[in-house]
Design a protein around this ligand. Structure first.
Ligand code: PBG
Length: 327
């Protein structure tokens, strides 16, 4: 009878908290986390983002405070987004030295630049009146190569304002190469590029478009962002191209619905892999928690551990400061 009982018992290592802690294979660290922050021009009070409870569009003062809090908690990096007061077809504010994002970068770099990595999202959708990520052709397509010229100029303006790293998110072909060449030519050869390499045309970005006021006025982003149904190989091709163009780190976005892509990219490359836990992932958990349907803190930690376990070295998350404090 007793011979039928198992000798191998996985439960032995789960018996106590200290055993579980010792054998845990995945550990989150505050320095792995990157906090996205929104800087809005011309407001005197922080503006709550309705679809992202707890997230605000910042004033210059509240932005400095949020950056300071993140740095004090040990968060590894900040990624700044700007929302200008005036938008136009070419997104002129994006590379204006006095544009909202450049002002924010200068403020934050001066405040915390020695204790946290200050990054800029490099794109045009927050700055264009049509909400697309680039320059439009007369028929309303995003013109790839005209857009590259804009991205190059935007990245240089961001580096001049104090960005310690730039993160192109527009999914134009050749964007990393164009930005690398422009940064090098402008004397910013030491500024690394975190490429949004495998970025999907995702419904999970919905709340971000409120936060950054960048919903496309017509059409969508499916001619440049990847199809969620695409093969891993499509993501790997984007990653390889970005590395060949000089990317220093690569990103998969969104995170939780793309853990297979994170794992596949991790297996392919030897640079740091980042994953973006996007606005919809944040909103889902906050909304369910607000209804009392889930345990908010456990869900946040479990989702982050899952993203790390899949292979992400770095995680962009709106919960970065809160989680860093808890770790
Ligand atoms: C583009 C950009 C987007 C996000 C980050 N950078 C929006 C988009 O591609 O439509 C989404 C982030 C999120 O949903 O949290 N500048």
């Amino acid at each position: 009878m007793s011979a039928e009982y198992p000798v191998a018992r996985p439960r032995r290592l789960r018996r106590s908290p200290v055993l579980r802690r010792m054998v845990a294979g995945t550990r989150l660290h505050p320095a792995d986390l990157i906090l996205p922050l929104f800087a809005k021009e011309g407001i005197s009070e922080p503006q709550p983002v309705a679809s992202m409870p707890g997230v605000v569009q910042h004033t210059r003062d509240s932005l400095r405070k949020a950056a300071h809090d993140a740095a004090a908690a040990g968060v590894g990096g900040l990624i700044l987004f700007g929302i200008p007061a005036v938008k136009d077809a070419r997104g002129s504010a994006a590379d204006d030295p006095d544009g909202v994002l450049q002002v924010a970068l200068r403020d934050v770099a001066a405040e915390v630049g020695d204790s946290i990595v200050v990054m800029a999202d490099t794109c045009l959708d927050e700055f264009t009146d049509h909400g697309h990520c680039g320059i439009l052709t007369p028929s309303g397509d995003v013109d790839n190569d005209l857009t590259l010229e804009r991205y190059a100029s935007v990245a240089v303006a961001q580096a001049e304002a104090g960005a310690q790293m730039v993160a192109p998110s527009g999914m134009m072909d050749g964007q990393v190469g164009a930005i690398r060449a422009a940064l090098d030519a402008a004397g910013h050869g030491t500024v690394p590029i975190l490429a949004y390499s495998a970025k999907y045309a995702s419904a999970f970005y919905g709340p971000f478009r409120d936060a950054a006021e960048c919903a496309p006025q017509f059409g969508d982003r499916s001619t440049h962002q990847q199809d969620p149904a695409g093969r891993l190989g499509e993501a790997l091709r984007e990653v390889r191209l970005d590395l060949a163009e000089g990317a220093d780190a690569v990103m998969v976005k969104p995170a939780l619905a793309y853990l297979d892509i994170i794992a596949g990219v991790r297996a392919e490359v030897d640079v740091p892999v980042a994953a973006y836990q996007v606005s919809g992932e944040y909103a889902m958990i906050e909304a369910a928690a607000a209804n009392g349907w889930v345990d908010r803190e456990r869900m946040i930690m479990e989702s982050l551990v899952a993203i790390k376990r899949a292979g992400a070295d770095l995680i962009l998350t709106y919960w970065a400061t809160e989680v860093a404090r808890r770790l």
